[in-house]
Design a protein around this ligand. Structure first.
Ligand code: GLP
Length: 312
């Protein structure tokens, strides 16, 4: 289905993006959507099937869901969860396991039935992994599919642990982690040498089948990969770009994570700007770089209108 994109300033963006002024505000908005979904399905006597993510990114969302459970009676009795991924090998009681993460951040604080919690099993013998992965997919399918999948994004452009090279139709499987991903995880493991080299992850295809997909990203650190995922060409080199093919995806960003998008980084390309001095300087530097000329070799009109007035 074609996406209606009526705003000229989002011209370069190939999927819907909502930018919040802070990570806290964005997390509240995502938690509100999840709570609304749970309540509306509950009212119809239905269960909600959620796809959940780990990492620093969704912590604020889980904290708000726990708050709503404790203070506002939001119940998880009718919620079934499937986590995206788990390191392999990994013992569930290890500090770095995603089982520990989910217990600490959500499951131990809400009334979810433990039988309704699914997390890839990092303890399996290698020859049992393929059957486990198939069963994981089938369980999701039998329950009618994921109602909502929440995602973070790794600096390699991975979603779940679908690293560069992942296929758009990939299913749950054992994968090898990218070097950058292992670097990013090294702090949790007290050194890169302790980070597992593999993981079990839902596939891009598994994620894609969810009825709603929300990818969240916060901080400047994520800005370059967010730009590639939102504005770049669809490519297995940045698996998150496959989400551009979905008509039920939304990126939820804070201002820092959105800062490299065209409408914020080079706004003169997509909208009328109010040319305060900082922006003039930025535009002149951008122009000089783009045409590969020293600033003083730019046309005289640009120097006099853009450069001199902005000098201190
Ligand atoms: C981890 C997880 C992903 C997560 C990503 C970003 O490796 N497997 O599901 O989205 O990296 O992590 P963070 O939110 O900590 O930046």
């Amino acid at each position: 289905m074609a996406r209606l994109n009526l705003l000229e300033e989002t011209r370069y963006e190939k999927l819907p993006v909502t930018v919040y002024s802070s990570q806290a505000e964005a997390s509240l908005a995502v938690a509100a959507r999840i709570a609304k979904l749970i309540k509306s399905k509950e009212a119809k006597g239905e269960k909600t099937v959620l796809g959940l993510a780990t990492g620093v990114t969704p912590i604020g969302v889980y904290a708000e869901l726990v708050r709503q459970h404790k203070k506002e009676g939001l119940s998880f009795k009718n919620v079934i969860t499937f986590n995206l991924d788990e390191y392999y090998p990994m013992q569930p009681n290890a500090a770095q396991s995603y089982v520990t993460f989910m217990n600490e951040n959500l499951f131990s604080h809400v009334d979810i039935d433990r039988e309704n919690v699914h997390i890839p099993d990092g303890t399996l013998a290698k020859d049992k992994v393929a059957a486990f992965c198939l069963d994981y997919e089938q369980k999701i399918t039998k329950l009618g599919g994921l109602d909502l999948q929440i995602l973070g994004i790794g600096r390699t452009g991975h979603i779940g642990f679908n690293e560069p090279g992942s296929a758009p139709n990939s299913g749950t499987r054992l994968v090898t982690l990218d070097d950058l991903t292992r670097n990013d995880a090294s702090r949790d493991f007290g050194g890169k040498q302790n980070v597992p080299t593999k993981a079990i992850t839902m596939g891009v295809g598994t994620i894609f089948k969810a009825r709603e997909i929300i990818l969240m990203a916060w901080s400047q650190k994520k800005a370059p990969i967010v730009k590639k995922a939102v504005e770049g060409e669809i490519s297995g080199d940045v698996p998150a770009t496959f989400l551009q093919l979905s008509d039920h995806v939304e990126f939820v960003l804070d201002e820092a994570a959105a800062s490299s998008l065209t409408r914020f980084d080079t706004p003169w390309l997509v909208k009328d700007c109010s040319w305060e001095n900082g922006l003039k300087k930025k535009a002149v530097i951008w122009l000089a770089e783009t045409v590969d000329k020293p600033i003083l070799n730019l046309p005289k009109k640009i120097i006099t209108t853009m450069v001199w007035p902005s000098l201190p």
